[in-house]
Every structure is written in C-alpha cells, then in structure tokens.
Design a protein around this ligand. Structure first.
Ligand code: ME8
Length: 522
C-alpha cells in the first residue's frame, strides 16, 4: 500500500523547443519513468515531472529562422514532446512549460527572494556567450574560432562576445558553501566522474553569474525592470519548484514533495544543476535536491546524431523498430546508466530477442503452456518444496530489497541485471527439473515444479513492470493477478499464487524481431 508519508519526487530535464524530440530525449525520460514507476510499486507517493524549456535566444532564433513567432514555435515543439510521452507509456504527473503563467509567476517570486537576500546586483556584463548552449564561458575555457569575433566552447558551440547591462547573481559567495555541501553529501552528484569534474570546477573559483539579458525579449521579465528578461537557465531551473506551486497560493505539492529526490539530467548540463541551482536555492533559503544524476550520451552506430548526417533516431522509428517495451529495455540495458554508449541496431535487436523473447518471454510461454496442457489450465497444487525450489523462490522474493539500493543510486542497469538474473535462473531451473519428464515419472513433483515456475514468473513480472510495462502487464493478466496486487510488497509467501485459479489460454508476449531493420519495421 502507498504510504502517503513516503514521498518521492523525480524530474527529467525540460527540453528545448527548438527541434523535434529524438532518442536522447526518450532516454532521459524513460529512465526517470522507470524510477517513478519503481518507487510507486515500492509504496511511495511519487511525483514525476517533465516538460519543455521555451524561452531564451536559442528558441527565439529558431522562430526567426522558421519565420514564425516564438510562441508558435514553442506551441508546436512543446506539443511534439508531449505527444511522445503516452507512446512510451510515460507516467509523468505533470508537464511544465516555462511559458505557463504559473511558471512565470514563480520565477518572478523566486527572483524577488534572491533580491531580498541581497544575492542580486545590477552591473554590466562583457564576455563570451554560446547561444547553442545558452551558456557563458570564461576566456580560459575557449579556443579560437574561424574569425576574431568567434570562439569555440569545449562543447563545440560557437561563442560571441556580448556586452550589455545585466543583473548578476553573487555566485562567488557560494564557492565554499557548495564545496562543503558536496563534501557533506557525497551522493549529491552522480556518477562519481561528474562529481569530481564539478568539484574541480568549483575549486578553481566561481565568478558572479550574469542572470539577465537585454538584447532580446523572449523570456520572463525581471520584476520592476522590463528592459531585462531573465537568463534562460535561472528561468529553466525554477521549473522544478514552479510545477509544485512554490510561491503561489497553493503550494501544497511543494510542501509535500520538495526537496526533489533526484533530478535526472544529461551530463552536459550537470554544471547548471549542481553549481548554479544549489547556489540559487541556498540564497533563497530553500532546501537542496537530494541528488542530481547525469546520464551519459548516446551516439548512433558510432556517430554523433545530427540533422546534417541524417542519422537522428526519432521516437516513432524507435517504436516501429522495437516497440514500447523493446525500446525501453534496449535503452536501459545497453549501457550502464551514467556512461556514454553507442546505440547500434543489431545490438538492440539481439538484446531484445535474447532477454525479452528468449529470456522472459520463453520462460512465461513454456511454463504457462505446460500448465495449460498438464495442470488443467489452473495454478497447480504444490507439494513439499525442495531446496532448489526454495532457493529460486527466495531469489525472487528478495528482488525488492536487492534492487532498491540500485534505484536509489540510479544504477538502473544493475536493477535490470538483477531481475534478469532471476529470469535466467528460472530458465535454468526448467531445464534442470525437466517437468516434461516428470509428467509420467512423478506427476506430483511436476505440479510442484510448475507451481514454483508460475510463482517466480509472478514475481519477476511484477518487478519488471517499471521497465517493460506492456509485456509485464500481459504476463500478469495471464496469471490473473489483480492490478492492485501488482506491487512489490506482495513478493512473499503470503501473497503467493493460490492453487486452483483458472488461467486463460497462454499467449506469447514478446515477439522475436528480425535483424533486418526493414523487415522489423514492416
Ligand atoms: O539542455 N544521449 O535541453 P535539451 C543522451 N533545456 N541523452 C541525450 C542526448 C543523447 N544523445 N541528447 C539529448 C536542455 N539528451 C535544457 C535543460 S533543465 C532545467 C534544462 C537528453 O533539449 C539529456 O538528458 O538540449 C540532455 O540533458 C537533454 O536531453 C537535453 O535536452
């Protein structure tokens, strides 16, 4: 049962609306969804937020290039991101747009809090700015560009010199406070490689941060100075609290769910989330998120995805090639969460065929067919369990306690590996116990073996729901498990399958994919 005092708040980055969603966006969103679903099944009251980042120069320039207004561009692409969610069975509780009024109001309230705290002052900014990254860079971080007006950021983005009046946030005041916070909270930044990179960056010294712009107006107006719009990152980061109603009349969600348990972000935006965001929150006297975890980057068949190379994998092509479960599984199983990786079609197909079709699919299909044929289509009646039976059942019952630390550490791939290790054990158990032989030799023992298999399938299907919600749900349907019973606390003896329950005719759940992409998509 959900314990309302056990809350959990997980977020994705909010995506820029300057282009259509692709595999990388699906990846971060699916990862956060797996965590949200896991925690719900573990009894937490979960809030899961995603959304779109709609202001700033980058979006304004995209609108210009398309010959439409920024509002038109944001409406169109925000909808494109929103449309992806149901296709992958994403269970977000809310979708925040930074052009929502509720968001703008919170931003202005937050700004005033920072001002009241004396953390903001007006001055003049001159320095390098990359529109692509919406980021300011120090001279020492840059390389010479093709002409004297241009420099190149470490990310490869072009930087131009800007000079304008700007509000500044006193980031330099927070260097020691941030370092102390990282030290006291060693799990705040993950993975470890990101933590050391950020610590060195902060140790090298922090300059005050320019947090407003005057040369365009596509942004949240600065309170009491309409010549300025807020720098897109102060606006964007605030989404995590504006969606909870921070600073509004109804801040019940904020009271309940803040601080966030984990912000899932791409590794290129860790600095914004682990330096700027905590410093803003410290200044406004708001609790800091418990964890920021950076996912690595996918390349596709060895190449960076880019429009010019024409190798961008769209959400629809993922669905067509691999389906909902296949995409979710392949994305999370192919590379350790936090590492970079190469998305290769053949590997994805082999993974899906090996682990879904042959692994879980075969386990369920073989076991349920034998039950249909040899146990009158009912949950069999077990007699006494052997050591091997008990071992397998206990492995299955231990899955919630064994996997939760992995989810807490955002080691999603380890959670998958652990569930599949039980599936592999169960497949080995079938081969070893050979129930088809027992049919004549020892029918009573056959019933026990089939019972153990059905019970283990119940457990692994419950555990696999966060990853492959469609197929896991179908398996649980075939075991006639009620929806409210598909929770982790039911992985025990007490909730074990009741002999005699009549099962529907078994059906295959995970089709095998063809290696040839055209055939798979056909
Ligand atoms: O940065 N591999 O938005 P964005 C893995 N608006 N993940 C990828 C990826 C890839 N190849 N490509 C994109 C922004 N991502 C800001 C965020 S948050 C307050 C503001 C994922 O549209 C990854 O999570 O550029 C990355 O951080 C995010 O998409 C960037 O989305």
């Amino acid at each position: 049962m959900t314990d309302i005092s056990k809350t959990y708040y997980v977020t994705t980055p909010i995506y820029y609306v300057n282009g259509d969603p692709h595999l990388g966006h699906v990846y971060s969103t699916v990862a956060a969804d797996v965590i949200a679903r896991y925690k719900r099944l573990a009894g937490y009251n979960v809030y899961f937020l995603t959304g779109t980042d709609e202001h700033g120069q980058k979006v304004a320039q995209t609108a210009d290039a398309m010959g439409v207004t920024p509002q038109e561009v944001t409406d169109r692409f925000s909808q494109a991101f929103r449309d992806v969610l149901p296709k992958f069975h994403i269970t977000n509780n809310d979708f925040i747009r930074t052009t929502d009024n509720r968001h703008k109001e919170t931003c202005q309230y937050f700004w005033k809090k920072l001002e009241e705290a004396g953390a903001i002052y007006l001055d003049k900014y001159s320095g390098w700015y990359a529109v692509r990254d919406e980021a300011y860079y120090g001279e020492d971080e840059l390389q010479d560009g093709p002409d004297p007006e241009t420099k190149i950021a470490p990310s490869g983005a072009e930087c131009k010199w800007v000079e304008e009046e700007s509000y500044f946030f006193r980031l330099s005041d927070y260097q020691n406070k941030l370092l102390a916070y990282y030290q006291e909270n060693p799990d705040f930044i993950g993975p470890k490689s990101s933590a050391s990179e950020i610590t060195s960056f902060v140790k090298a010294g922090l300059k005050d941060l320019s947090i407003s712009r005057t040369t365009f107006n596509w942004g949240v107006p600065v309170p009491n100075n309409p010549d300025h719009v807020m720098y897109v990152w102060i606006d964007a980061l605030t989404n995590y609290i504006s969606a909870l109603g921070y600073g509004s009349e109804d801040d019940e969600l904020f009271q309940k769910f803040w601080p966030a348990d984990v912000h899932i972000v791409g590794k290129e935006i860790t600095r914004f989330h682990t330096v700027y965001w905590p410093a803003f929150l410290m200044a406004a006297n708001i609790a800091l998120p418990k964890k920021v975890f950076a996912n690595g980057w996918w390349v596709v068949e060895g190449e960076k995805m880019s429009k010019s190379l024409g190798n961008v994998i769209t959400p629809d092509s993922l669905l067509q090639s691999y389906g909902v479960d296949g995409t979710r599984y392949a994305l999370l199983r192919e590379m350790p969460f936090g590492n970079d990786g190469n998305f290769a079609h053949d590997n994805a197909v082999n993974r899906i065929n090996g682990d879904l079709a042959n692994g879980l699919g075969n386990l369920a299909q073989r076991s349920l067919s034998m039950i249909a044929k040899n146990a009158e289509g009912q949950i069999p009646l077990p007699s006494s369990f052997t050591e091997a039976d008990r071992q397998l059942l206990n492995m299955a019952y231990d899955l919630p306690s064994q996997t939760e630390p992995f989810i807490n550490a955002v080691q999603i791939h380890k959670y998958l590996e652990m569930v599949w290790s039980v599936i592999n054990e169960a497949n080995a158990y079938i081969d070893l116990q050979a129930p088809w032989k027992l049919k004549k030799e020892n029918p009573e023992r056959m019933q026990t073996v089939l019972y153990v298999l059905a019970e283990v399938i119940r457990c692994v299907a419950i555990m696999a729901q966060p990853i492959i919600p469609v197929g896991a749900g179908k398996i649980l349907d075939q075991l006639v498990i009620g929806h409210e019973a598909r929770v982790f606390e039911n992985l025990d003896n007490e909730h074990a399958l009741k002999p005699g329950i009549v099962l529907p005719a078994p059906q295959g759940v995970f089709p095998r994919l063809e290696l040839n992409k055209d055939e798979a998509a056909a």
